[in-house]
Design a protein around this ligand. Structure first.
Ligand code: GLC
Ligand code: CA
Length: 558
């Protein structure tokens, strides 16, 4: 694997709507982000990904773009965006935008023109089919529920495809003219000085055609889009073309949201000349998911979590550099998910941080993760904004799950968990806005907020800073960034441990992933304690064993 400028960096995801509101309208915005750049610099973040801020009806919170060339006025102006890019540069930081090109909004002018003339130029930008006798072209179920087909406005017999929400019509990548439009747009943004993109839902751009049914996997007679994606061949031709026409000439950094990749294709995706610089590891995130819906999902245990992380690490090896996360804007908070219920506290949060941050790959922090933000309680389905939660709630009820339990599923898996406002302080709306926030604030903001942690050396926040500093420390960075990862005590219940090894140096990351204290064997004596989330006195380790408190994690040079 070739070394790249970004391998040693720390990446950070901003969900603009919920990060910081500068003008009191309750919606986070670009000026809010600019006002926090010094904070992000202090944390140690280098690469900042912004979830979409383009003009959008926000049916799916900006992942439904109505104009790729303009900033939504709710988030600010193009001048604000230019200012953000320039201010980031001054601080040696890099801005990534979200590239959402599997679909656009039904309010995009391309789609409006397609409705006016489905047989004309813009009709071919989408998948539009004529339907006779009410039989849809295929039985795929959209990710947000219901068939992927909806009637084309103004036409009785025509339907358009949307694998996500009905306000997100899929773009037809088979059409070279459409692809040209996309490349022009990407280059336009890169020319502005963006460092690159996070690339949304990209595996969906290749459909298995012609449309056909797959065996139904629920009583609705529909089938998960995944069943089609398993059969779709040739996405690499589109991705390679996009890379060659846009990212490569700009030397852009890109990270793909890739699910369902085929293992043999990994070198094509993130190898030295891959379609993307990196892609996310979703192994832990998809663990236990059922095609039936959230009510059939299996919660993840510490052993499952460890096994998922190691599976990815083994699969990737030295092929490329994976992107590691514990959460993002589509997932519940990592500390609420991967730490056994009831056990999330400062110690266990720091333990989880240590484990995911020091495996091989690029570490990403999702806004609020650095202060240990947790899932938010849901009192009723009316206060839920997330379209996927609302669908899953209905699916659960239809399957006979009680209202209370269905609500609990939304609390456990819902996307709103990550979208509640950043908790800056214990003032109005957690310091996110002077007005009324667009979405409820997590009631725990008086206990969990940045202000109370910023000057406390033992806070979760300052622990994240220590992790970032350690990974960048020239004495250890070669090992922590590029060193091989070798699992240790791989079959030990509730233990997650691994070596990072480079010629002449071995670092052991070892964690007791449970409440009860325990003693674990050491393969060789400790030379140096590089970090520990709880005090680790010299008396706690001998040459051959280390005794760890519940949820203690230690980083040891051996
Ligand atoms: C991605 C985004 C998600 C969005 C979907 C459709 O998965 O992360 O938020 O709903 O794509 O664009
Ligand atoms: Ca605002």
């Amino acid at each position: 694997m070739k070394k790249q400028w970004w391998h040693g960096k720390t990446a950070y995801q901003i969900y603009p709507k919920s990060f910081c509101d500068s003008n009191g309208d309750g919606i986070g915005d670009l000026q809010g982000i600019i006002s926090k750049l010094d904070y992000l610099k202090e944390l140690g973040a280098d690469i900042l990904w912004l979830s979409p801020i383009y003009v959008s009806p926000l049916a799916d919170q900006g992942y439904d773009i109505a104009d790729y060339y303009r900033i939504d006025p709710r988030f600010g102006t193009m001048e604000d965006m230019d200012e953000l890019i320039a201010e980031a540069k001054k601080r040696d930081m890099y801005i990534l935008m979200d590239l959402v090109v599997n679909h656009c909004s039904d309010e995009h002018e391309w789609f409006k023109k397609a409705c006016e003339d489905p047989d004309g130029k813009y009709g071919k930008y989408f998948y539009i089919e004529t339907v006779k006798d009410g039989k849809l072209p295929c039985n795929w179920r959209s990710y947000f529920g219901g068939p992927v087909w909806d009637r084309l406005p103004g036409h009785e017999d025509k339907y358009y495809l949307h694998v996500f929400h009905k306000k997100q019509p899929d773009l037809n990548w088979e059409n070279p003219e459409l692809r040209e439009e996309i490349y022009t747009m990407i280059n336009w943004w890169l020319d502005k000085g963006l460092a690159g993109f996070r690339i949304d839902a990209i595996i969906n751009i290749k459909k298995a055609l012609p449309f056909k049914d797959y065996p139904a996997d629920r009583e609705d007679g529909l089938t998960s889009v995944q069943n089609m994606l398993h059969e779709a061949k040739g996405v690499g031709e589109f991705l390679g073309e996009m890379r060659d026409r846009t990212f490569l000439p700009h030397n852009a950094f890109t990270v793909g949201e890739v699910f369902n990749e085929k293992e043999e294709e990994l070198p094509d995706f993130i190898g030295d000349n891959g379609y993307f610089s990196s892609m996310y590891d979703f192994e832990e995130n998809i663990f236990g998911r059922s095609h039936q819906g959230w009510h059939k999902d299996t919660p993840i245990t510490p052993d499952d979590y460890r096994n998922c992380v190691f599976r990815t690490q083994k699969k990737i090896g030295d092929i490329g550099f994976i992107s590691n996360i514990i959460e993002n804007h589509d997932e519940p908070r990592g500390v609420s998910r991967y730490i056994p219920e009831g056990d999330a506290d400062d110690a266990s949060k720091k333990m989880l941080a240590t484990l995911y941050f020091l495996v091989r790959g690029l570490p990403w922090i999702y806004q609020g993760q650095e202060i240990g933000m947790e899932n938010a309680p849901v009192r009723s389905i009316e206060e839920v904004d997330d379209i996927s939660s609302i669908d899953e709630y209905k699916v659960a009820l239809a399957a006979g799950v009680s209202e209370k339990e269905a609500l609990h599923l939304v609390e456990r898996y819902g996307r709103d968990n990550a979208r509640t406002p950043f908790q800056w302080n214990d003032g109005n709306a957690a310091g996110f806005t002077d007005g009324t926030p667009w979405i409820r604030v997590n009631p725990n903001y008086t206990a969990i907020n940045l202000e109370s942690q910023r000057h406390d050396p033992d806070s979760v926040y300052n622990y994240y800073r220590k992790l970032i500093i350690l990974r960048k420390n020239p004495l250890y960075s070669e090992t922590l960034i590029y060193g091989e990862l070798i699992p240790y005590l791989e079959n030990e219940h509730n233990v997650m441990a691994y070596f990072r090894r480079s010629p002449g140096q071995t670092i052991l990351v070892i964690a007791n992933f449970q409440k009860e204290r325990r003693t674990l064997p050491l393969p060789s004596p400790v030379k140096n304690v590089l970090l520990s989330n709880l005090p680790l006195e010299a008396a706690s380790y001998t040459g051959t064993a280390v005794s760890l408190e519940g949820y203690q994690a230690a980083v040891l040079e051996i």
